[in-house]
Design a protein around this ligand. Structure first.
Ligand SMILES: [Cu+2]
Length: 482
């Protein structure tokens, strides 16, 4: 057994789980917040080889409600320790919502509530956060709101926001990085009637794809805390380099970056994506894109049109760093009445902003200890309120990184979607378009965003969504007051 303290003390930080360049990384660290995480070493033989395109990409099953009425749906969902065949022939110990590595997809509808009875069947505390969801504070999966082992609690998601692609994942204080890495994540799709009226590809032609990376040792054991650069195996819905059989027609793919600490740069061989949605829902217009940039926790909805391809064609999804990660195999012809309109849905108007704030993400280095992650110079304190915000007000936030080590970060705001106004004083990037809840921030960058804090009062967090960074403190808290 190897625990986190062991990994840190053994100098496992070289180059650093925090993504810090080696020269600036301390050789030893003290214990981070939260409980010890036990890594179990199971396999001692040689690591099985990944043979590309020999396994299909699974589509996570849609969770079935216990009760479904026009007003609400009630679900039961467990948090389990389980196993998954990630490498061929090895059942790796992982964690999973509903016992599944890549949890079941939860489908919701605007205007209909989702209630989830979440039962923690593990031997350690965990919780769930609906990433990008507009939910009451007590249901947001605040880091201190834990579901203790053996306990069940009810989460209520009102689904008052428009149709979009969200995801749900653990957010328990001190353990979120390990829990999400080991599999506590799944897709949450909200549909709405006006989006349905656009007649985009739907049903079996609307497929969530959770992309993430993972590291194995020479025997095929999952390595949790090491250097993120060594997470060289990329999984699509839990499987490395799978194929996915498609008909020669249009598909909607909901791409979710569920990696702890990675920026994907995605391309298609010989084709482009038609981008239709962002974190918070449809873009105003569909946009052709050669490359998609997706940092941890960001989502983008795209349409890929396979109509033009003869049966037998193979189209590769590639990442700039990882190479080929998924292959679409065109296996049959099919009729297709779906459309991808040029004009999708106007974005909501932006009210007048009345408050300006600054948020600065950085590491603070200390001799012979792990770095602290800080926001505006402070390590996260669950009992400290960093910003007090009047409910209903509109604010402009200047998010920047003065990180002395030049480390990339990203920024996630709970409760509301924002709009990117400027990046480095100029126009936003194409990947900043639409409604956003997560954006990448490189060292030295500044990004101006605007948000309106409607709906609920209470305490919510904002943080770097590189989870090993929020884990060491790069998180802060706002309180919305009447
Ligand atoms: Cu960070």
């Amino acid at each position: 057994m190897l625990n986190r303290r062991g990994v840190l003390a053994a100098g496992g930080l070289a180059a650093g789980v925090f993504g810090v360049p080696q020269l600036l990384t301390p050789a030893q660290g003290h214990e981070a917040h939260g409980t010890e995480f036990q890594e179990s070493k199971t396999f001692t033989g040689a690591k099985p080889e990944i043979v590309p395109w020999t396994r299909p990409m699974p589509v996570p099953p849609v969770l079935r409600p216990l009760v479904s009425t026009p007003k609400q749906e009630i679900y039961q969902l467990s948090i389990d320790r389980t196993t998954a065949e990630i490498l061929p022939g090895l059942q790796s110990p992982v964690m999973g919502f509903g016992g599944q590595f890549v949890g079941p997809t939860i489908k919701a509808k605007t205007g209909r509530k989702t209630l989830i009875m979440l039962q923690n069947k593990m031997d350690e505390a965990a919780n769930v956060h609906l990433h990008g969801g507009h939910v009451p504070a007590e249901h947001d999966g605040h880091p201190k709101d834990l579901v203790e082992p053996g306990r069940t609690r009810l989460y209520l998601y009102p689904n008052t926001q428009q149709g979009t692609t969200l995801w749900y994942h653990d957010h328990s204080h001190g353990n979120e990085a390990a829990h999400v890495y080991l599999g506590l994540h799944g897709a949450y799709v909200i549909e709405d009637d006006s989006e349905r009226a656009l007649n985009l590809p739907s049903g079996a032609y609307d497929v969530p794809i959770l992309l993430r990376d993972i590291q194995f040792d020479d025997s095929g054991n999952i390595v949790v805390f090491d250097d993120p650069a060594k997470r060289t195996v990329v999984l699509a819905n839990g499987v490395p380099q799978p194929y996915f059989e498609v008909a020669a027609r249009k598909y909607r793919f909901r791409l979710i970056n569920s990696a702890n600490q990675r920026v994907f740069k995605l391309r298609l061989t010989g084709d482009t994506f038609t981008r239709i949605g962002s974190d918070g829902g449809l873009l105003a217009n569909s946009v052709e894109a050669e490359e998609l940039i997706l940092s941890s926790a960001e989502r983008t909805d795209v349409v890929i049109d396979f109509t033009k391809y003869p049966v037998g064609t193979k189209v590769l999804l590639t990442d700039a760093a990882a190479g080929e990660i998924l292959r679409f195999d065109v296996v049959r012809r099919a009729s297709d009445s779906s459309r991808v309109p040029a004009v999708l849905r106007p974005l909501p108007a932006m009210p007048l902003s009345t408050v300006d704030r600054e948020v600065d993400l950085a590491f603070v280095f200390k001799p012979n200890e792990r770095p602290d992650g800080v926001i505006n110079g402070k390590v996260f304190d669950m009992d400290r309120v960093d910003f007090t915000i009047k409910r209903g007000s509109t604010e402009t936030w200047l998010i920047k990184s003065s990180d002395p080590a030049g480390v990339k970060h990203n920024f996630h705001l709970h409760l509301v979607q924002f709009r990117v106004l400027e990046r480095n004083g100029g126009p936003p990037l194409p990947s900043d378009a639409g409604l956003k809840d997560t954006i990448p921030i490189s060292a030295g960058e500044t990004v101006k965003v605007q948000a309106t804090f409607t709906g609920y009062t209470g305490r919510y967090v904002y943080h770097c969504h590189f989870l090993e960074h929020s884990w060491i403190g790069m998180m802060a808290q706002l309180e919305i007051v009447p």
